[in-house]
Design a protein around this ligand. Structure first.
Ligand code: PGA
Length: 258
């Protein structure tokens, strides 16, 4: 069975002080035997202090992005090895804000290079995919997801894909308060799994954990997580407060009947 995975994407929020307070609160409240895997993805400058803060706990550390080269003249970027040195297990790649909001945006070819570099270094990618509202309204959701999966995972072998994480995050639901209905999310996740089965095989498709992201809150987590192909969530706004993040973890445990 896939172990549900809830990760907090802190984006460009928090100070060192408030980051420490949040992790302290999570440490106090997360039990050793929590059936859900939990990770936090702080801004890059806080990775090392947060690694120290989560040391000895079940909380895993992830980065929000990285560059795909080993080293070089890439001002402002961080390498896979640097993330490993900071104690990262995961790295979010292809987040919609990186695809659509920041600078000229990242395309599937660049994201694919990053996925390869992450895996080669021993990091687990959380590959984000998702359609924009006009694409959904034009009935293109499935074709957009297919293209992003095929583009993002091109050349990645089955065993590495099986161990990777995909986050389905409809762009229109991110930070907007609009959430995909459980049925909409399940339909998209089932499609992602079908594409993976077609690209690889059924056991690989069944092994991949697919998180849902986009305005997940304590009030909607349980219902979303009752859906069979949702394996946890990638949480933005609601990961910034211990009560909300814990509420989502609890909702995931209840939804999955763990
Ligand atoms: P949100 O963000 O939960 O604030 O909608 C999710 C994400 O961007 O990963």
């Amino acid at each position: 069975m896939r172990r549900p995975f809830v990760a907090g994407n802190w984006k460009m929020y928090k100070t060192l002080q408030t980051a420490r307070e949040l992790v302290d609160a999570l440490r106090e409240r997360l039990t050793e035997d929590c059936p859900v895997e939990v990770a936090i993805c702080p801004p890059a400058p806080y990775l090392l202090p947060m690694q120290r803060a989560v040391d000895g706990t079940q909380i895993r550390l992830g980065a929000q992005n990285m560059w795909h080269e080993k080293e070089g003249a890439f001002t402002g970027e961080v390498s896979p090895q640097m993330l490993l040195d900071c104690g990262c297990t995961y790295v979010i790649l292809g987040h919609s804000e990186r695809r659509h909001t920041i600078g000229k945006g990242e395309d599937d070819a660049l994201i694919n290079k990053k996925v390869h570099a992450a895996i080669e270094a021993g990091l687990t990618p959380i590959l984000c995919i998702g359609e924009k509202i006009d694409q959904r309204e034009a009935g293109k959701t499935e074709s957009v997801l297919t293209e992003q999966i095929k583009g993002g995972l091109a050349g990645v072998p089955a065993d590495k894909v099986a161990a990777s994480v995909i986050a389905y995050e409809p762009v229109w639901a991110i930070g907007t308060g609009l959430t995909a209905t459980p049925a909409q999310a399940q339909e998209a996740h089932a499609h992602v799994r079908a594409v993976l089965a077609q690209m690889y095989d059924e056991p690989t498709a069944q092994a991949v954990r697919i998180q849902y992201g986009g305005s997940v809150k304590p009030g909607n987590a349980e219902e979303l997580m009752t859906q069979p192909d949702l394996d946890g969530g990638l949480i933005g706004g609601a990961s910034l407060k211990a009560d909300d993040f814990m509420g989502i973890i609890k909702g995931t445990i209840q939804g999955k009947k763990l």
